[in-house]
Write a protein that binds this ligand. Sequence first.
Ligand SMILES: NC(=O)c1ccc[n+]([C@@H]2O[C@H](COP(=O)([O-])OP(=O)(O)OC[C@H]3O[C@@H](n4cnc5c(N)ncnc54)[C@H](OP(=O)(O)O)[C@@H]3O)[C@@H](O)[C@H]2O)c1
Length: 190
Amino acid sequence: MKNALITGASRGLGLALARQLAQNGWGLVIDGRGKKALEEARELLSAKTKVIAISGDVTAESHRKKLLKAAQELDGLHLIVNNASLLGPSPQPQLLGYPLDVLEDVYRANVIAPLAIVQTLRSAIKPDACIINVTSDAGIEAYGGWGGYGSSKAALEHLLRSLSCPRTCSIRGVNDECCSFIEYRIFPAS
Ligand SMILES: NC(=O)c1ccc[n+]([C@@H]2O[C@H](COP(=O)([O-])OP(=O)(O)OC[C@H]3O[C@@H](n4cnc5c(N)ncnc54)[C@H](OP(=O)(O)O)[C@@H]3O)[C@@H](O)[C@H]2O)c1
């Protein structure tokens, strides 16, 4: 049995990925801050596979330690999907007026936490594991008004490329008025 940790899997893309992996028999560790939605996701996924749901915030060290325990309980991870993310204020403030304490929160959730998860769970990551960080087209193109979130995703992309993991890749969510699609980009082993 293969096992994955997907952060932010109580809804959206994280839940969709979790459902697909559960369908294919993967054991799962999932998280999300809201307990109710996470429990609903756990119930849904449990019909297909073994699921450990840990409610909490990826930015908290105590939560990441619980994720490590859960990963050990599943006998290690073949995949980590760093999906949980913070968009920041809506509408997005221009950088010159961006509240810096909020920008710190965005970077803490989108850049520091994904690395911290890999660091904390390192001992439970299988040698041939894959790490996927979910980024954004806003991390590639500099859209006016998206500099806070976009630059955090750009930092995440760079961090991913610098990680000396066996296999890393990014999933870039892209959204505009007409369509919504996901671009996949595989980075070679470094
Ligand atoms: N939707 C788009 O159009 C789009 C476009 C480009 C990129 N993306 C990227 O795609 C990813 C998923 O987006 P989405 O639209 O599916 O998001 P979403 O529907 O808002 O779901 C986010 C998930 O992450 C959880 N979460 C948020 N902050 C968390 C935290 N600090 N700790 C733990 N869990 C947390 C949420 O649950 P709680 O709130 O209960 O914690 C929820 O389960 C994100 O990385 C996003 O940046 C999305």
